[in-house]
Design a protein. Structure first.
Lengths: 314, 299
């Protein structure tokens, strides 16, 4: 099913169009649609559509929590250009994305392939790796701060095995960000593992059988048959993983609070600090829109690039 | 079962069935049980943070740190769990989060089912346009809307209330989108038969479509409940009072407040994870399908 996931999104207009006129819905149902749409639409207007536009508008204002807003034009955005903390947050976020996304995808693909029919109880293993993806991120982060703290499990295990302790992961400017990445991978790759597992289950055995008769080994089969067939899933998973990784906040906030210094301050953390610790709501909205534009840009690039490597035909 | 033989040889390529027994010995150098044993070791290592969490939750305060690490203290202190509930008070946070997640899930299911029915089964002007507007907002990160959302809550006087925790996220496009995908798969013939029997739209949704698509409701319910349960950024912004503090906020408070009480913190973390893990174990079949079908979920 996952193989066709991106197609389903684009394909449902045709499905509805088909479901419409040809099935005797020539008459409009406008009147009966109103009670069905109203509750959702009110909430959608008030809590999604309006805030999106309000946020864009606010980004052009100096908007304190108390007192009245004043129009700045592009003032907030030009301030961002010369803001060193913002630059650090942007770089940290990019480093996080560049480390997190490939590790996540490779690990989840590899494990999905490993948890093959040769493995007894494969559903159970898949769920095991999925568990941290549904437990509260704050809970996971709290557990990792116990593991990573000086004298914690990792430090004391290394001391007793090698006689040398571990670095102070969360207190070191060079280790803190990699530690956040490690925790995030542990927590997050289970989703993609499930997506890829489902897609691999859908690969017709006859294809690999034929390849096997032609003398292709496991590795060759994986790269020449399974991977191309999986490319729509890989594309979809990469797009979603990238989007969510640009939004990294909670684990960094709990593990390090953005420190030491600002070595783990991410874009969303900077947004939070600007808006809700320094109460500069307009400035925080500008940060949010820069983030949004980056996400849209990268997602757009991926959709353009997919023609080169994603195979939708079976 | 020739396909099983072939896929057992090729290793990486599963057919849809679970646990097929290979009829012949695999020709690969690594026998099957080695792969199985290695995977078990990897799975245990993967779970070790959570195992350590539970072990620590059962220790006395002075036994948390030791070199070399010791899995067990002198006694298993199950009392830590009830102590953790009284601390802060974490038990109150648990209750708050239960209320928020349950109500939020009910509202989301109801409004999503109604809109999804309209978008999949009714014909009206601008239907597809409105639906694409919904879809478009799926792309908008939560962070973009939290700032104005906070101002709205302030204007409404909702800061530190349950409705502020629940309502802003009960009308997202995801639920509508997911249910609509499933509703579209219900054959029109079923519905037409009901119409001939004189059923109105409400009856059709309740008695024809909803029962057939129950797994979709299960998927949406689990995702929604877990999202509410785990949510951190929004509660951090909109609450600062014990009466509305949620579990993730409480854990963070716990961590900041007292570094010495690790065993209680780990007990609280264990409690915070239990409902989500139980839900996933109980509904794993539906969840896997939902994730495969939508590619989405509480990311």
């Amino acid at each position: 099913m996952a193989v066709t996931a991106p197609i389903v999104v684009g394909g449902d207009t045709t499905a509805t169009a088909r479901g419409g006129p040809s099935h005797g819905y020539r008459k409009g149902d406008g009147r009966s649609a109103i009670p069905f749409l109203t509750p959702g639409a009110i909430g959608f207007l008030a809590f999604t559509l309006f805030p999106v536009f309000a946020s864009l508008a606010m980004s052009f204002f100096d908007w304190p929590v108390l007192g009245s807003p004043s129009f700045l034009g592009f003032g907030n955005y030009s301030e961002l250009l010369s803001d060193t903390t913002f630059r650090t947050a942007l770089v940290n976020t990019l480093v996080f994305v560049v480390l997190y996304v490939p590790i996540n995808i490779v690990l989840s693909l590899g494990l999905a392939a490993w948890i093959s029919p040769r493995i007894k109880g494969r559903r159970f293993y898949r769920v095991v790796f999925f568990v941290p993806a549904v437990t509260p991120i704050v809970g996971n982060a709290v557990v990792f701060s116990l593991l990573l703290t000086p004298n914690g499990l990792i430090d004391s295990t290394m001391k007793s095995l090698f006689g040398v302790g571990a670095p102070n992961f969360l207190g070191s400017t060079s280790w803190a960000l990699p530690a956040v990445v490690m925790m995030s991978v542990w927590q997050g790759f289970g989703y993609n593992l499930l997506v890829f597992s489902a897609a691999m289950d859908a690969v017709p055995p006859s294809l690999t059988e034929a390849a096997s008769i032609d003398g292709a080994g496991t590795v060759r089969q994986f790269f020449s048959i399974v991977l191309p067939l999986l490319s729509p899933s890989i594309f979809f998973a990469t797009v979603l993983t990238l989007i969510s990784s640009f939004q990294v906040f909670t684990q960094a906030y709990v593990l390090t609070g953005g420190g030491p210094g600002s070595s783990t301050t991410t874009l969303v953390m900077y947004l939070y600090q600007s808006g809700f610790q320094f109460f500069r709501l307009g400035f925080a909205s500008a940060v949010a829109w820069v983030l949004f534009v980056i996400i849209m840009f990268i997602t757009g690039l991926q959709f353009l690039a997919q023609k080169k490597w994603v195979h939708y035909d079976q | 079962m020739t396909s099983d033989v072939a896929s057992a040889r090729s290793g990486a390529l599963p057919p849809a069935t679970d646990d097929p027994a290979p009829a012949t010995a695999p020709r690969r150098s690594r026998p099957r049980w080695v792969s199985q044993a290695l995977l078990t070791v990897v799975a245990l290592l993967f779970l070790s943070p959570l195992i350590w969490m539970v072990l620590t939750a059962l220790k006395a305060g002075g036994e948390v740190f030791s070199t070399p690490p010791r899995p067990f203290g002198d006694a298993l202190l199950f009392g830590n769990f009830s102590d953790a509930l009284d601390y802060l008070p974490f038990g109150r946070f648990l209750l708050n989060t239960m209320v928020v997640a349950t109500l939020g899930t009910l509202i989301t299911l109801t409004t999503s089912a109604l809109s999804a029915y309209a978008f999949s089964r009714l014909r009206f002007r601008f239907r597809d346009g409105i639906f694409f507007l919904y879809l478009g907002t799926l792309m908008v990160p939560q962070e973009v809307v939290v700032v104005p959302m906070f101002l709205i809550m302030q204007k409404l006087g909702w800061v530190n209330t349950f409705q502020a925790l629940i309502l802003p996220w009960a009308f997202t496009a995801f639920g509508t989108f997911l249910l609509r995908q499933f509703f579209l798969t219900v054959p029109m013939e079923l519905e037409e038969a009901a119409k001939i029997d004189g059923c109105g739209h409400w009856r059709i949704l309740r008695s024809v479509i909803a029962p057939v698509t129950a797994p979709a409701f299960a998927v949406l319910a689990v995702f929604t409940f877990i999202n509410y349960w785990n949510s951190f950024l929004w509660p951090l912004i909109v609450t600062n009072d014990v009466s509305t503090t949620t579990v993730p906020l409480g854990l963070n408070l716990f961590l900041g407040q007292n570094g010495q009480e690790w065993q209680l913190l780990m007990a609280a973390a264990t409690i915070s994870m239990a409902p989500t893990i139980l839900l996933v174990l109980a509904l794993q079949k539906y969840l896997v399908r939902g994730i495969a079908l939508s590619g989405l979920g509480g990311r």
